[in-house]
Each structure stands twice: as C-alpha cells, then as structure tokens.
Design a protein around this ligand. Structure first.
Ligand code: SF4
Length: 406
C-alpha cells in the first residue's frame, strides 16, 4: 500500500547505516530502560526491540559507567545506538569515544554555548549526527520567560538557537524534535518548525503515559503530523516495556502505508448479537499465533457467516463462524470449512500457504465448490434461526406508508 499524501522534503542524514529524512522510509525509535552500564541487560532489550520492528535505539549516557557500557554495547548491537545526554556535555564526548551512531542533546539542559560548540565540533569531525531534542518540560527558563510560558514558538526558538550554534562550527548533521506532553501544542510546534527548516524531524508526544491512554495521545499527535507529510522518524514515549513502543510505532507506520507491512494485519469484527463464537477470544488467540510469524497478510476474523465474508472481502484470508464451524475464505472465496475448535490452527496453516504460494494458488488447491455449498447451508441456517424478517420489516413498511400518506 502506498501512502496517499505528500511528504515534505527534508535533508537526509544517516544514523549508522539507517537513513533519516530525504524521502527515506520513516523509522521507528525507542529507548532502553535498563542501566546502560548493565551491558547484557541492555543488549537483551535492544534485541527484543529489533525483533519488534525498531530501527534505531537510544540509551542514556548519564555517567562514566554508562559511556563505558556503550563501548561494549555498540559493537554487539543489531541497531544503531544514539546516546541520550542530559546535563554534562562531557558525556557527549565520552559517548562519541564509545562509538555511538548519534547523540541527542536537550538545549534546555546543556546551555553554555562553548559546551554545545565543543560537542558539535567533535561530532562534525567524526560525522556523527545530533538530534536537537527540545522538550516542553525542560525548556530554557529565559525562553519560557520571553514567551510568557511554554508555547510552540518558544520551543521552536530553542531549536533554532541550538541550530545556530551548530552552524557556527559548520555542523549540519542534525535532526530536531519539539516534544510536549500536550498534543495540540506539540502539533503546533512541529508545524511551525517544518515551515522554518528542512532539517529532518523526529516526532513524539513526550511523557504520553501508560497504555491505552498513552497510546491514544501519542498516536493523535504523531499521526496528525504524518498525515500532513511532516516527520521523518518517530518515537512513542510510553510508560511501558519499550517493546510496546516499537510495536506501536511500527503498527502506526504500516497502517498509514508509510512502511512495508512486515506482520499480519488482523482485522476482526467488533462482534454483535449475531456472533456465533467468542470473537474477542478467537481474535486474541489468532494475534498470539501470528505474533512471531512475520507474515505480511491481512487476515480477518468475523463472528458470523451472514455478514462476515462480505465485510472482509478484501482480506487475503479470513474466517467466519457459522453453525459451530469456521468458514475459511481467501479473497472472499470460500475455500474450506473447519470445526470451531480448529479455527486458529487452520488460519495459521492457510496463511503460511498463502505467504509461500499466493492467494491464487490457495484458491486453486481448495475444493471451493464444496466449501461454498457448506457455507451457503450454514448461512441460510443462520438466517432461518433469526427469521427472514427479524426486524418485522413488512409491518413497519405498512406503518411508514401510513405516516407518509402513501
Ligand atoms: S460479522 Fe457478524 S457477528 Fe461480526 S459484527 Fe458483523 S454481523 Fe455481528
């Protein structure tokens, strides 16, 4: 699926081997929650993040032990590592010495121009990109005062000031974020920033909180901007296992058509009185069964054979429950009928077959005539059970005609 909106043109930088900006695929980032000095624990988390679809990972470099940990983590990491620097510019120099692929500086925390320029000069010589990570919660107090509080303009000014220091030492391998925990404020700041620069932008709603509210907040802000073509790399800041951040980021990009699908897109009906199975349970079991399979297919789980197959006609593969049986369909064609207890297993088996051989081959191998006969039988049984005229339509029509005077 191709994205249906234009992306703004930005410059391209590279974080390790991963391109960011300049029309490259939008990347997913996350941050480890381990102590960076805990080399094995941090690497374990980085491997889990890579498996979940993360492209770039950030680790804190808040003390010397962390920088030393990074020196050991970098060569063993499957993802490029960005060191997050808080207050001490020397930690940025130490992280570069450790071999990181990028830095994140918060202009509100490292404020002395000579320190900023020392870091940028070193990064320039080593060709290491830096993210100017403005954060609404830690804005430079002088800007806070000048703008009468936390505003989009104040955050943008903070980013532009930092950029000016970088330019003074001829450094331009940068990307920028202007995160806030308030969604409309964050959206406004990124819009304003994207008018003023073609530096690649890293999107995020900071401190979004635990899911599901945090997921909704982050998605509201990030998706709104992506749909306007703004943003080159994203991070969900959730109070949760970072793997959830990576999954969320990946899912958002896939659902907007901004990244190739890697995993199953499971669509399922919300269930209603017609459902003949526990749709929530089957959908959850199917999600689990497909979690590690990396099948780029759309798969539908529908609660009944009356509306199910029609509503999921576009899916590569689907299953609808009817008369205590599961009706499998491929691109809307009935291909098999299986006992209810085997629905999830059958889905997995057919999905793997389709992934290897395509939907045409799956339809060709099926006894579609028989499957369609069985499906029709169950569909009419379901309709009979509810009655041909469950809404008393004939009586209602008489009443409607009385009201309209026909
Ligand atoms: S597919 Fe059937 S069970 Fe599911 S919401 Fe539609 S009518 Fe209800």
């Amino acid at each position: 699926m191709k994205a249906m909106f234009e992306r703004r043109t930005t410059k391209q930088i590279h974080v390790g081997s991963i391109p960011v900006g300049g029309g490259s695929p939008i990347t997913v980032q996350s941050m480890t929650t381990t102590k960076t000095a805990d080399v094995e624990g941090t690497l374990q988390q980085i491997y889990a993040l890579a498996a979940a679809g993360c492209d770039i990972v950030r680790c804190t470099c808040n003390e010397q032990e962390a920088a030393e940990g990074l020196a050991q983590i970098v060569p063993r990491s499957p993802l490029p590592i960005i060191a997050d620097i808080h207050h001490q510019y020397k930690m940025a120099l130490a992280a570069m010495e450790a071999g990181v692929a990028g830095l994140r500086l918060n202009p509100g925390n490292i404020r002395k121009p000579e320190h900023i320029k020392a870091v940028a000069t070193e990064a320039r010589d080593r060709k290491i990109p830096i993210r100017i990570g403005v954060n609404g919660g830690s804005l430079d107090p002088s800007l806070y005062e000048k703008h009468g509080g936390l505003t989009a303009a104040a955050m943008v000014e903070s980013a532009m000031q930092e950029m000016a220091y970088f330019h003074e030492v001829d450094f331009d391998l940068m990307k920028i974020s202007v995160k806030a925990s308030n969604v409309p404020l964050m959206v406004e700041a990124y819009r304003m920033l994207s008018e003023q620069t073609d530096v690649p932008l890293h999107l995020g709603v900071t401190e979004a909180g635990p899911p599901p509210a945090g997921l909704v907040k982050a998605t509201a802000g990030i998706a709104a901007l992506l749909l306007e073509g703004i943003g080159d790399t994203i991070r969900y800041s959730l109070t949760a296992d970072p793997v959830e951040e990576a999954i969320a980021g990946r899912t958002l990009l896939e659902s907007l058509g901004l990244r190739e699908r890697k995993n199953v897109d499971l669509i399922a009906c919300p269930s209603c009185g017609r459902a003949e199975i526990d749709v929530i349970d089957v959908a959850n079991r199917a999600m689990k069964a497909f979690a590690d399979k990396k099948l780029p297919l759309q798969i539908a789980v529908m609660g009944c054979v009356v509306n199910g197959p029609g509503e999921a006609r576009e899916a590569d593969l689907g299953i609808a429950a009817g008369n205590k049986r599961g009706h499998l369909f491929v691109k809307g064609r009935n291909v098999a009928v299986v006992p209810e207890s085997e629905m999830v297993e059958a889905l997995v088996e057919w999905a793997e077959y389709i992934n290897e051989n395509g939907t045409e081959a799956a339809i060709a191998r099926a006894d579609t005539a028989r499957a369609e006969r069985e499906a029709n039988k169950d569909r009419s049984a379901a309709l009979q059970e509810k009655g041909d005229d469950a809404n008393n339509a004939n009586e209602r029509i008489v009443e409607i005609r009385k009201v309209t005077g026909d």
